[in-house]
Design a protein around this ligand. Structure first.
Ligand code: WT7
Length: 647
């Protein structure tokens, strides 16, 4: 973390939007942004009412915001439906033949789905869900690869008021169990498998394994994607295509209360148990709609490509909801970015003439390493705007992205937000602001961020501190599913009366925010958030492990990698065989992304006299840094000497 802070401190380059971009941008100068921003804070009711009025409501709201800290009700009393706003609204406006998705499977198969076709598919699947007994208020788990059915299933749930819980296809059966049980899901939507790096990634077998421990699930609906053999449990399991054959495509969207639960998405925190972040209907809709429109400067002819998986919040907000609420044409891709060759994404940018491209710094660094030849082979001149999200981007990767992918002509927006915030909070607006490589920019409309110390006092410009939000915003999480106390404690108690984001940051003299990284026990691996405690619990659940401590260390491509320090039971000895068994065990408990890069076997872990593991020390050991700082609270100094000696 300290390295990153220094490197951004020296970054003083600024990149202005090209005049041609400005001329046609929705917001083409800083003064317009400033006036809208001022209005969003000073006259929030008028500001948000105007935005919400661009969408369809079955019943208009009585109050824009009812706030009883820390619980918010946005557009209270209003009823609406995201599926209606993302589909019917466009078809009724005559845009039925507009392409919603250009989809490519990893093997090269292609599908094109218009808004009218999406509406039919969503209506059909909504009727399928109803016929299986899924009704308003039920929870539905979705465990799918990146195929159109993922968006269709989510929108079908939203249509009937079922709350979806998408579980990333890379997560294990155990992770699926935890999420199904916590949400008490009634149905699971999955596929036989998907394609990844030329191989079939099976999904249904993981569901079968999970369901042995999930009594609440009555129905499993499986998409045939790979054609591989799967077990079908009579009465419980059905093929998507069989059920869809008999269902009508007509399913009127249910008018839902603005605070009706739209989805739960699990994310990591500083404890061992993932949190079910709950998003609701009206505010999330308005927030994703507005941010998509302005941050990506979306116009009717754009071809938008967000490379995220729907298993993460980025796929929820900036594939399924935000862009579709804006009637955008999108690209969706199933597989690995380098399959069958390192230029796969660039060939697709060229093929579909993508105009706006949104990806993660880890992907950008990986592409940079693969070399300029791959993008150079393709015509990328359709691109007009680039974006990044998920972790701090190092200025070198930022400038490479702008030069090689953006041909020096595309603005780059670095967007800071979280699963909890639902929508982009900090960014530059591409036609209004200069970008500074490595900075996430300025607050979006309605967002009032601050950098404070532990007591909640504002720190001076350029000083580091905690990033907080001083007021509620429409797309904010409403609670941690089933655990209001955890919601309050985690987000609204750390520092009184503000939302605590968990990131360290500073704000420069121009008001630009520079994110320094997490201040809690959370690591960010390839833009994916993992709690060190979760990985520790997974390790300790292995019979050979007595204790485990997990920390992050800087990684050139992934941003952070995972390093585990493990002590063993009894007279067990650590060797490479056990290392690989432990890595596999973590993959089984959580998923492959949580596998430690390095496992150190230790005789003991460094602890304070009160028994707290000294992670700061372990972080230094993991990064190969000199040990420094105060070690006076350490119980047994020899433990550290042994650790550093072992390397
Ligand atoms: C955490 C949220 C938002 C979708 C993907 C991640 C880090 C996110 C940035 C950025 C620096 C960033 C923060 C944040 N983060 N975007 N532009 N610059 N850091 O969602 O899994 O909820 O993780 O990702 O640390 O707290 P998430």
């Amino acid at each position: 973390m300290s390295e990153r802070i220094e490197s951004v401190l020296h970054e003083e380059r600024r990149f202005s939007p090209p005049a041609s971009f400005r001329a046609s941008a929705r917001i083409g100068d800083a003064a317009t942004y400033q006036e809208l921003y001022r209005r969003s804070l000073e006259e929030p009711d008028a500001f948000w009412s105007e935005v919400a009025s661009e969408l369809h409501w079955f019943r208009r709201w009585d109050a824009v915001l009812e706030w009883e800290e820390p619980f918010a009700r946005w557009f209270a009393g209003g009823t609406t439906n995201l599926s209606y706003n993302a589909l019917d609204r466009h078809v009724e406006a005559g845009l039925g033949n507009k392409v919603a998705f250009f989809w490519e499977g990893e093997p090269g198969d292609r599908r094109v789905l218009t808004y009218a076709e999406m509406l039919r598919e969503v209506g059909t699947f909504a009727n399928v869900l109803k016929a299986r007994g899924v009704t308003k208020g039920d929870r539905v788990a979705i465990y799918l690869p990146m195929i159109p059915e993922a968006a269709i299933a989510m929108l079908a749930c939203a249509r009937i008021g079922a709350t979806h819980s998408v579980v990333f296809g890379g997560f294990s059966a155990q992770a699926l169990v935890d999420r199904i049980v916590d949400a008490d899901a009634k149905a699971v939507i999955t596929a036989d498998g998907g394609y990844r790096r030329g191989k079939v990634l099976p999904l249904k077998p993981a569901v079968d394994e999970a369901l042995q421990r999930c009594p609440s699930v009555e129905t499993v609906i499986t998409v045939r994607r790979t054609g591989s053999d799967v077990n079908m449990e009579p009465g419980r399991d059905h093929w998507w295509h069989d059920l869809a054959k008999h269902a009508s495509p007509d399913c009127p969207a249910e008018p839902l209360d603005a605070e009706h639960p739209l989805y739960i998405l699990y994310t990591s925190g500083s404890t061992g148990k993932p949190k079910g972040v709950l998003h609701t209907t009206g505010g999330y809709m308005v927030g994703t709609y507005l941010s998509t429109k302005h941050v990506f400067d979306l116009k009717p002819n754009d071809v938008f490509w967000c490379t995220a998986d729907v298993g993460w919040v980025t796929g929820h907000s900036y594939i399924v909801y935000g862009p579709m609420l804006n009637g955008a044409t999108q690209i969706m891709y199933e597989g690995a970015p380098t399959h069958p060759a390192p230029d796969r994404l660039w060939s697709m940018v060229d093929r579909y003439k993508a105009t706006v491209f949104y990806t993660a710094p880890t992907a950008i660094r990986a592409f940079m390493k693969l070399g300029d030849a791959h993008p150079s082979r393709h015509d990328l001149t359709s691109l007009r705007l680039l974006g990044t999200v998920g972790e701090p981007i190092n200025p070198e990767a930022w400038t490479w992205y702008r030069r090689v992918i953006g041909g020096d002509r595309c603005p780059v927006v670095d967007t800071w937000w979280q699963t909890e915030t639902g929508a982009i909070m900090l960014t530059t607006l591409p036609g209004a602001h200069d970008a500074k490589p490595g900075s996430a920019g300025l607050p979006f409309f309605g967002v009032e961020p601050a950098i404070v110390d532990v007591d909640g006092n504002d720190v001076a410009r350029d000083d580091g501190g905690y990033l907080v939000m001083k007021r509620p915003w429409p797309s904010m999480l409403r609670t941690v599913y089933g655990d209001d106390d955890r919601y309050r404690n985690q987000y609204w108690s750390e520092i009184p009366h503000v939302y605590f984001a968990g990131d360290g940051a500073r704000r420069d003299a121009d008001g630009y925010f520079w994110i320094m990284g997490r201040v809690d026990d959370v690591v960010n691996v390839s833009g994916h958030r993992l709690g060190t405690m979760e990985v520790e619990s997974a390790l300790v659940s292995h019979e050979a492990v007595a204790e485990a401590a997990v920390v992050g260390r800087p990684d050139e491509i992934k941003g952070q990698g995972i390093v585990a320090f493990v002590t063993l039971e009894g007279d067990r000895t650590g060797d490479d065989g056990l290392r690989s068994a432990l890595r596999d065990h973590v993959a089984k408990e959580i998923g492959s992304i949580a596998k430690p890069d390095v496992i150190h076997f230790a005789e003991a872990l460094p602890k304070t006299r009160s028994g707290k593991i000294m992670r700061r020390l372990l972080r230094s050991v993991a990064s190969g840094e000199e040990l420094s700082g105060d070690v006076s609270t350490l119980e047994d100094r020899s433990v550290v000497e042994k650790l550093t000696g072992a390397g």
